[in-house]
Design a protein around this ligand. Structure first.
Ligand code: SF4
Ligand code: SF4
Length: 131
């Protein structure tokens, strides 16, 4: 028997269904590709939880708004990698700008086979799994 492990999180989709269904604009996609939730504008309707094909969102019972992976946006804005990338003991996670031809992410995807999940959703997910 063989066991395998696969982390799951927000795929920071280029065409995110969570953003399309959000009635208040609380869910939005930044120009750098991060998909975020503005807690001030979230009314907790849960539409985005249903619309996400990756089960990436959840209702936070403490804040009464929807939460998800933010890709450690505060760290990214300070030029640091997300905490999961920095702390992964085997360094299997790579974070970067797909358009940066000299970056490690670009080089990794150019030299390794990879796939995205549920491509048929049309969400254009930006999380690549190396094969
Ligand atoms: S994975 Fe789900 S929550 Fe994340 S951007 Fe895509 S549709 Fe939205
Ligand atoms: S729960 Fe919040 S972020 Fe999700 S669709 Fe409703 S208002 Fe938008």
């Amino acid at each position: 028997m063989r066991a395998s492990f696969e982390p799951e999180q927000c795929h920071h989709c280029e065409s995110p269904s969570c953003v399309r269904v959000c009635p208040t604009g609380a869910s939005y996609r930044r120009s750098d590709g991060l998909v975020l939730v503005d807690a001030e504008d979230c009314i907790g309707c849960g539409y985005c939880i249903i619309a996400c094909p990756y089960d990436a969102r959840y209702f936070n019972p403490e804040t009464h708004v929807v939460d998800k992976c933010t890709m450690c946006v505060q760290r990214v804005d300070n030029g640091q990698p997300p905490a999961c990338v920095q702390t992964c003991p085997t360094k299997v996670r790579v974070f970067g700008d797909l358009n940066d031809a000299n970056g490690r992410l670009h080089r990794t995807l150019a030299t390794r086979r990879s796939q995205v999940k549920k491509v048929q959703t049309g969400n254009d997910p930006q999380l690549y799994y190396l094969l």
